[in-house]
Design a protein around this ligand. Structure first.
Ligand code: DON
Length: 304
C-alpha cells in the first residue's frame, strides 16, 4: 500500500501543473530539453526517499552546484580566507549579473555566477581539472553515489560562455581570481555540467538537512558549522532576485538551476528536489516554485 506521504505527493503533482515559462535558451544543449519532463523527490534525514515522476532521469546540476562547491571551498580554506574573496549579501540581481562590490571588488555572494566562479577557484587543487575532480567526488558524497560529467552539456556551454568568460576575466582584473581565469571558467562550467537525478538532488539536500551527515551512507560530509553558513546563504541568496518572495512564501533555504531543478532544505527533517525545465523570468523552475509553495503550505514547513 502507498504511504500517506506518497499519496499526498502524487496528489499535489497533479494539481500543481503550471505549464508557464520557457526552457533556458542560452545554453544550446539545454534549449533542446523536453520542457514537459517532471520529477519530485523527498528524502528524509533517516534515508527514506519518496519519488513521483521520472526521479531517475539525469540532467546537468547547473547552479544547484553552487552551495556544494561553496561548502568545499569553506572546508578547504575556512571562513576567513573564503570571506576575503566572496561576501554573503543578497544581490537582488539576476544570477548572471556582472557585479562586484565597489569597495572590495568582492562578488556579493556565492550563489550568483560571479561569486560561484570565485568559490570554484577557492577549492584546493593543483589545476582546474584536479579541482574539478575533487568537486565531482565531493558532490558524489552528498548524493551517496559516484557522479559523472555530461560531456555534451559541458561542450555546449563552454563554447558559448561569453558572459561567464567576461565575469571570470573581470574577477581576475580585480585580483579576486588569482590564477588563469580560463582555467577557473573551465572548472566552473564542468561543475555545472555534472549529471544528477532528482533522487540524487533530494539526498544532497537531505545531507544538509541532516547537519552534514549523508542519510544513506552515514558519512559526515560537511562540518555542522559550514552547513549553517551554506543554508544561511541559500536562504538569503539561493533564489537570486526572487529570494525575498521565495523565503516569504516557502520559508526554506533553497537553490535553483537553469536546467529546471530546485532543492529545498527543511533542517532536521528532509531534503526536497523538484525538476521541471520551464523557467520563470528569474531563471527558477516555474512548476518547481509552484510545487514548493504548495508543499510548504500543506505540510507547514515554513521555518519562520
Ligand atoms: O553559469 C551559468 O550560467 C550556468 N552554468 C548556471 C546558471 C544557473 O543554473 C542559474 N540558475 N538558475
Amino acid at each position: 500500500m502507498r504511504s500517506p506521504v506518497q499519496q499526498y505527493l502524487e496528489s499535489i503533482v497533479d494539481q500543481c501543473n503550471s505549464g508557464d515559462g520557457e526552457v533556458a535558451a542560452y545554453i544550446p544543449e539545454l534549449a533542446a530539453a523536453d520542457p514537459d519532463q517532471f520529477a519530485l523527490a523527498l528524502a528524509t534525514v533517516d534515508g527514506h526517499v519518496y519519488t513521483v515522476g521520472n526521479a531517475e532521469t539525469a540532467y546537468s546540476i547547473q547552479s544547484i552546484s553552487k552551495p556544494f562547491t561553496y561548502a568545499l571551498a569553506l572546508s578547504d580554506q575556512g571562513f576567513e580566507a573564503v570571506g576575503r574573496k566572496v561576501d554573503v549579501e543578497p544581490s537582488g540581481e539576476a544570477f548572471n549579473e556582472i557585479s562586484l562590490a565597489s569597495d572590495t571588488g568582492r562578488p556579493k555572494n556565492p550563489m550568483i555566477n560571479a561569486g560561484a566562479i570565485t568559490a570554484s577557484s577557492l577549492v584546493s587543487g593543483d589545476s582546474g581539472i584536479h579541482r574539478f575532480t575533487r568537486v565531482r567526488e565531493w558532490f558524489g558524497r552528498f548524493a551517496g553515489r559516484a557522479l559523472e560529467l555530461d560531456e555534451s552539456v559541458y561542450t555546449s556551454e563552454i563554447t558559448t560562455a561569453h558572459r561567464n568568460r567576461a565575469i571570470a576575466h573581470m574577477l581576475r582584473e580585480f585580483d579576486i581570481l588569482e590564477g588563469d581565469p580560463e582555467e577557473t571558467l573551465d572548472q566552473y562550467i564542468r561543475q555545472c555540467a555534472i549529471s544528477v537525478t532528482t533522487q540524487d538532488l533530494s539526498l544532497m539536500a537531505a545531507t544538509l538537512a541532516n547537519g552534514g551527515i549523508q542519510p544513506t551512507s552515514g558519512e559526515r560530509v560537511l562540518e555542522a558549522t559550514y552547513v549553517e553558513r551554506v543554508l544561511s546563504v541559500m536562504a538569503t541568496c539561493g533564489m537570486y532576485d526572487s529570494a525575498g518572495d521565495w523565503i516569504s512564501s516557502v520559508g526554506m533555504p533553497a537553490k535553483s538551476g537553469v536546467s529546471g531543478g530546485i532543492i529545498a532544505v527543511l533542517p532536521g527533517q528532509a531534503g526536497f528536489a523538484v525538476f521541471s525545465p520551464r523557467l520563470d523570468p528569474h531563471g527558477n523552475s516555474a512548476r518547481g516554485v509552484q510545487l514548493c509553495e504548495r508543499m510548504s503550505g500543506d505540510m507547514d514547513m515554513h521555518m519562520m
